[in-house]
Design a protein around this ligand. Sequence first.
Ligand SMILES: [Zn+2]
Length: 113
Amino acid sequence: MHEMAICLGIIQIVEEELRHRSFSRVRSVCLEMGALSHAAPEAIRFCFAVVATRTVAEGAVLNIVELPGVAWCMSCSKSIEIARRGERCPCCGSYQLQVTAGEQMRVKELEID
Ligand SMILES: [Zn+2]
């Protein structure tokens, strides 16, 4: 499953981050997720709990911050918000949109005990 791979990636980032610190366990992980990142927050939450078992992140709370998708409309030269790829520009109806934000997914913060 796509989300499973993403969560394995998150755990890797967390383990990498903790390699240089002394800690007992991870309390929470804050994940920034763009609306256009092709993953469902609920599925991510579920997979994270499964993948985190028996790792440094076991039992950690996953906080997901959803960021809007942003695109640049080439027809009317405006920056607009879109919920998904393939949408039309709400201003002029053009499909000539260049996605500029909302595809990213990154671990923003870790709370460690
Ligand atoms: Zn437009």
